[in-house]
Ligand binder design. Structure first.
Ligand SMILES: NC(=O)c1ccc[n+]([C@@H]2O[C@H](COP(=O)([O-])OP(=O)(O)OC[C@H]3O[C@@H](n4cnc5c(N)ncnc54)[C@H](OP(=O)(O)O)[C@@H]3O)[C@@H](O)[C@H]2O)c1
Length: 337
């Protein structure tokens, strides 16, 4: 089968090669991949900054959807022909995260989905939402599950709340769509007025251009009558975290998800303490969270925002496009049928 291997760090070390087709063992399945989606994590992993000790060669990319084509002895959850999405944190089925449950992650350290066939245990699969295409389903495992976890599993978003999402990448647009489903008001920041207009068309109430208004936290306060938002989904890190702390209301929540600006952040402790702010971090979510997300998307017929779809063979170009930051929502790959 065809697969891309990362043989060293850097996009130039991502090589299309041949690998043997996997054969399922007991309780394992083989999925013929139909689509994959890209995450910021894939970029930093390929660059070598995410985990400099990552074992190579590795088949990268974490998010994919496809069709079950073979099952090993004992498999009961799925059968050949089923449309499925692969769960990124393979063994975290339900409940609280435990170190032993969260280590086996697709696309590093485990081989990922940038291959024609992928072998995973049956417990690492989720039924693909019926109303979504393969490409749309492939956008869910990291970005959508993280947004769901942040807003509804650890977060306590209620109708009437105000949620701030930062930028218009994968996680943030899912957070926008899901917060709207829950009846929340959404404010969005972006470095582009054009993207802000598109975010408003998706249901955001107001947008702030963080390039034109670097003190965007002050703009958030004026949009909320000085009170601040109830929740922030924080994707940038660096000095941005302190701004998020100033933009949230007393007693509000900042859920730390990403590090688009920096992998470190400075926290103004008095801002957090005096204002009773909950600051917490999340890392994706369990399969149970994923299944709750699928149910909500199906009931409300929500479609992910897919910016651009590249062919499988153009994976490097797709990653370069993601790195350029031009995208609005998700960048995906369609596999040959
Ligand atoms: N904790 C987890 O489980 C988890 C899961 C998924 C992702 N993440 C992390 O979350 C972050 C976002 O991931 P993603 O996959 O959604 O990324 P993405 O799709 O590549 O999103 C990038 C977008 O973020 C916006 N952005 C860039 N720098 C920004 C800044 N300083 N302030 C505000 N917005 C900024 C830009 O949007 P505009 O052009 O509109 O400005 C950019 O297009 C990454 O750091 C990723 O590693 C963490």
């Amino acid at each position: 089968m065809k697969a891309f291997e990362l043989r060293g760090f850097g996009l130039e070390s991502l090589v299309l090669t041949e690998r043997p087709e996997p054969v399922p063992g007991p309780f394992e399945t083989v999925v013929r991949m139909r689509a994959a989606s890209l995450n910021y994590r894939d970029l930093v992993l390929i660059q070598g900054t995410y985990d400099p000790k990552l074992r190579l060669p590795l088949v990268p990319l974490s998010d994919g959807a496809g069709e079950v084509v073979a099952v090993g002895p004992g498999v009961t959850r799925v059968k050949p022909g089923d449309r499925v999405v692969l769960s990124y944190v393979q063994d975290w089925v339900t409940g609280e995260p435990e170190p032993s449950l969260v280590t086996r992650r697709l696309g590093g350290p485990l081989d990922g989905v940038l291959a024609e066939y992928v072998k995973v245990p049956e417990h690492g699969l989720v039924r693909a939402p019926a109303h979504l295409s393969d490409v749309e389903a492939a956008t869910l495992p990291i970005a959508a599950v993280t947004a769901w976890h942040a807003l509804f599993e650890v977060g306590r978003v209620r109708p009437g709340d105000t949620v701030l999402v930062e930028g218009t990448g994968g996680v943030s647009l899912f957070a926008l769509q899901l917060a709207r489903l829950a009846g929340a008001r959404v404010l969005v920041t972006s470095g582009s007025d054009e993207k802000l207009a598109r975010a408003k068309a998706l249901g955001a109430s107001a947008g702030i251009n963080y390039r034109k208004t670097p003190e965007w936290d002050e703009a958030v306060l004026s949009l909320t009558g000085g009170r601040g938002v109830d929740h922030v989904v924080e994707v940038a890190g660096g000095p941005n975290l302190s701004r998020a702390l100033r933009a949230v209301r007393m007693g509000g929540e900042v859920t730390v998800v990403g590090f688009l600006e920096e992998m470190r952040a400075e926290l103004e402790l008095l801002q957090a303490i005096r204002r009773h702010v909950t600051v917490r971090a999340v890392s994706v979510g369990s399969r149970a969270s994923f299944e709750h997300l699928v149910r909500a998307l199906e009931v409300h017929e929500v479609h992910p925002v897919v910016d651009r779809v590249f062919p499988f063979a153009d994976a490097r170009a797709a990653l370069g496009y993601l790195a350029s930051g031009q995208h609005f929502g998700k960048v995906a790959l369609a596999f040959p049928r």
